[in-house]
Design a binder for this molecule. Structure first.
Ligand code: MIG
Length: 688
């Protein structure tokens, strides 16, 4: 790609992460901003790399995708190291993804993408308030420096920089239309009967729904691509019947393959050397849900192709959507880590423990999970473009493992059903996998702070190409509460992935488990009535490389107040959302950066539309309500009520916004199912 605004600099020998699909000529000059220092070994591999930059007082930092803390990421430190971290809090430095793109906005505005498969850390003024530093080691790194084009028509330099970045990383994944419907999930649905009961309960209450997830219990002994016949005697029949009623079943696939004689997937993987191996050439074994397991080498194209084809065993049963789990990869224990633990435990035996040694002792058995020492023990075989094979230890490519599992599934679908769109979302991800699937943001908790965290994370995910995404609504771990769930779906109305999911052992979280389920119904109904709009905006964002969710700073760069708003988001080019994220809140303060139409949705209908003036307002928001804002010149189409996406009608609309003869909406329509997707000729202009 010819661009004077994107410059690429390479240090060491980077492993191909498959993040950037446009070839950008490497610069030989010095890095244009800040200072880079790096050292290499004799083979040119990176030993260390750092970039240091002095920030100006008002510089803000946006990006880094899936991470804790605010929309403006300044003041804390973050580490890209894909981690199974169900108990994360606001001081957790690593979550499930590795999304190394951010924008510094202020005195100088530019974007940076640190393209590496390995660990990298970002200190955004944590150690020293005006110092920004990025540190990495291992093999190599490509750094992309992006500045805004002159004379662009975007609302801000940040929007323009994101557009350029998204162009070089390639088009984001598009799921089928039904995937924009509501999905109900729980780790704990064990049998066909459980699934039918969930669906019946939703149907009884006339709450719209389009999907139910199957968690690990549908499998036979947690073996990938098997079905437990005792619990699901005829999955094909179940799936077909459900589909007729407008419900898709969405099974989970885990990264680890059970070590078990005569289990086909295991045997094929062994025979063809598709699993990751140790230095001694034996398959690496770690304990995950199936017990002792091997990990497919997703970085090896033959293994990847093989694994991708396995999904056919389930698509042959009528399945059209999947979620990929445990692909950081999470490891509960390994032979090695257990041995070490046992050995250490022995040293405590028959000793009189004092308080220090007691605490050392009690931490030993819990210290076997996700160890760097384990990640160093197994290898990937990557076919290089010149035909040679590169064997590389996992720790050096850790952050792309989950991403390449997503790619495996996607390439599988493409090979056996090239014209069909499948739903796919993954727990672990890296920039690059945004082209192959969506993500959910991993295990969260039924905490108000995690609702707010999702709100603040959404624009950063969009910057990095992840458009089909969302958090576990209601919270995965811990017991949810009715008010938290209601507030959370009020945000979920706008997230492309809208899924209620919870962990086994927690309070049941389906909407019918609470009093007055009609309150939930009223909110889900808004989602369905907005779907033609949400879908149109999603597709436009994919093709135009724009963000569905933006910080106000991106739309009102000259408005100092707007730039510092941390709890409101722009959605598409017409809406501003201001979710409530606090317990027992009567409502909240909202800042309007310009005059906007306030829409009040209550109990399944629009009850008020009023023009509100630029400035600060306190709005009361009862639990049954969603309040959002439309820009004055915009109108939003609402389709008639529907219980499933298949029943959504795109021929009659009501409109939200101020009626005027000039107002129109550009609706995108397609079949929702095939991979034939393009904007040309598919846009209808809707007017009042
Ligand atoms: O160690 O399959 O994030 O959504 O319900 C837990 C059981 C494994 C983690 C996933 C979660 C899923 C759960 N899995």
């Amino acid at each position: 790609m010819k661009s004077t605004n994107i410059k690429k600099y390479t240090y060491g020998n980077p492993v191909d992460t498959n993040a950037v699909i446009y070839k950008i000529i490497e610069e030989k000059t010095d890095f244009p901003v800040g200072t880079i220092s790096h050292s290499e070994d004799l083979e040119g591999n990176l030993l260390s790399f750092s970039w240091n930059y002095t920030m100006s007082n008002h510089d803000m930092i946006f990006g880094l995708g899936e991470n804790v803390r605010g929309i403006n990421k300044r003041g804390f430190k973050y580490t890209s190291w894909c981690t199974d971290t169900p108990n994360h809090t606001e001081t957790s430095e690593s979550l499930y993804g590795a999304h190394n793109f951010f924008i510094i906005s202020g005195k100088k505005t530019f974007g940076l993408f640190f393209d590496t498969a390995s660990k990298i850390s970002f200190d955004f003024g944590w150690t020293d308030s005006d110092k920004l530093s990025v540190y990495s080691e291992n093999t190599g790194i490509a750094v992309y420096f992006i500045t805004a084009e002159t004379g662009h028509h975007d609302t801000s330099d940040a929007v323009n920089i994101v557009r350029q970045f998204r162009t070089i990383i390639g088009q984001s994944y598009i799921p089928p239309f039904w995937a924009f419907g509501f999905q109900q999930s729980r780790w704990g649905y064990k049998t066909e009967k459980d699934i039918q009961t969930v669906v019946q309960n939703y149907q009884k209450l006339n709450i719209p729904i389009d999907g139910v997830c199957l968690d690990i219990d549908y499998m036979d002994e947690y073996e990938d691509f098997t079905v437990d016949k005792k619990k699901f005697p005829d999955l094909k029949k179940l799936s077909d019947t459900m589909k007729k009623e407008g419900i898709h079943l969405i099974p989970i696939i885990d990264a680890g393959v059970k070590v078990k004689k005569n289990y086909r997937v295991y045997e094929e993987g062994i025979k063809n050397h598709y699993f990751c191996k140790k230095a001694d050439g034996k398959e690496y074994t770690a304990g995950v849900w199936p017990g002792r397991s091997h990990f497919p080498d997703f970085l090896n194209s033959d293994a990847r192709k093989w694994f991708g084809l396995q999904y056919k065993t389930l698509t042959d049963l009528g399945i059209e959507g999947f979620w990929n789990d445990m692909n950081e990869p999470a490891m509960f224990y390994s032979d090695e880590s257990l041995q070490k633990s046992f050995a250490t435990l022995k040293t405590f035996e028959n000793k009189k423990l004092d308080i220090n040694s007691f605490f050392q002792f009690s931490s030993v058995s819990g210290s076997t999970t996700n160890l760097l020492s384990d990640y160093k023990l197994f290898y990937h075989s990557i076919q290089k473009t010149d035909g040679s094979i590169q064997n590389i230890s996992h720790d050096k490519v850790h952050n792309i493992f989950g991403s390449f599992m997503t790619q495996a599934a996607s390439e599988g679908f493409k090979s056996f059903a090239p014209e069909k769109r499948f739903l796919l979302y993954s727990r672990s991800s890296c920039i690059g996998s945004h082209r192959y699937g969506g993500i959910w943001t991993g295990d969260n908790r039924s905490w108000w702070s995690h609702l707010k965290m999702e709100l603040q994370m959404l624009p950063a995910l969009n910057m990095c190409g992840f458009l089909y995404s969302g958090a576990d609504i209601g919270g995965f771990g811990d017991n949810t509460s009715r008010d938290l769930l209601l507030r959370w779906i009020a945000l979920g109305v706008f997230t492309p992935l809208m899924r209620n999911h919870s962990a086994s052992g927690t309070r049941k979280q389906e909407f019918y488990q609470f009093g007055h389920p009609e309150d939930f119904k009223g909110i889900i109904e808004l989602r369905y009535r907005l779907l033609p709009f949400i879908y149109s905006e999603f597709i436009k964002a994919v093709f135009n490389n724009t963000m569905l969710f933006r910080p106000l700073a991106f739309d009102y760069p000259k408005d100092y107040r707007a730039c510092n708003i941390e709890d409101q988001l722009m959605f598409s080019d017409s809406i501003m959302i201001a979710p409530v994220y606090e317990q027992n809140a009567l409502g909240r303060y909202v800042y309007l950066p310009e005059d906007m139409v306030q829409v009040v949705w209550n109990n399944g209908e629009v009850v008020q539309q009023t023009l509100q003036q630029k400035g600060d307002h306190f709005i009361e928001v009862p639990l049954t309500q969603i309040i959002f804002y439309i820009k004055p010149e915009k109108i939003i189409p609402l389709c008639p009520k529907a219980l499933h996406t298949k029943d959504i009608r795109m021929d009659t609309f009501e409109f939200l916004g101020i009626p005027s003869k000039d107002a129109s909406y550009s609706l995108y329509k397609d079949d929702g199912y095939t991979t034939d997707i393009h904007l040309d000729g598919r846009i209808t202009k809707l007017t009042f």
